[in-house]
Design a protein around this ligand. Structure first.
Ligand code: 5GP
Ligand code: ZN
Length: 113
């Protein structure tokens, strides 16, 4: 499968991997939109949030546990951070491998464009 994030999981493409466990890999976004911009992805290829069924709820738990761990390690847990999942075309999802954006280190506007 020609998926850039699967290639990062398999270490076929270089990435600044900052956390990994048996279910989750996290790495710095190549085009950071904030001082801290980390992507947290499942090792297993899932196209969008909409492909997460009830039996994969524990995977979502693992991903959000990783989000909190990384927010703490990057020292944005106190100042605050934003967690974003773009799902599908209207949300502007560019890479079709489910990923959680963790953004922090600056004040952010709301709502997103
Ligand atoms: P989306 O718009 O799909 O929610 O976000 C995709 C994100 O993946 C973008 O922020 C983009 O900068 C990032 N990205 C795309 N290709 C690569 C890559 O090869 N390496 C890394 N580290 N990030 C990537
Ligand atoms: Zn993939």
């Amino acid at each position: 499968m020609d998926c850039v994030f699967c290639k990062i999981v398999k270490k076929e493409i270089k990435a600044d991997i900052i956390y990994e466990d048996d279910r989750v890999v996290a790495f710095s976004d190549i085009k950071p939109r904030a001082p801290v911009h980390v992507l947290i992805i499942p090792r297993e290829h899932k196209e969008t949030l909409d492909d997460m069924y009830a039996h994969t709820n524990d995977l979502m738990g693992a991903m959000f546990t990783a989000v909190r761990r990384i927010a703490s390690e990057k020292k944005v847990d106190r100042s605050g951070y934003r967690v974003v999942i773009n799902c599908g075309r209207d949300a502007g999802q560019e890479v079709s491998h489910l990923h959680v954006h963790l953004l922090g280190g600056r004040a952010m506007a709301w709502p997103p464009g």
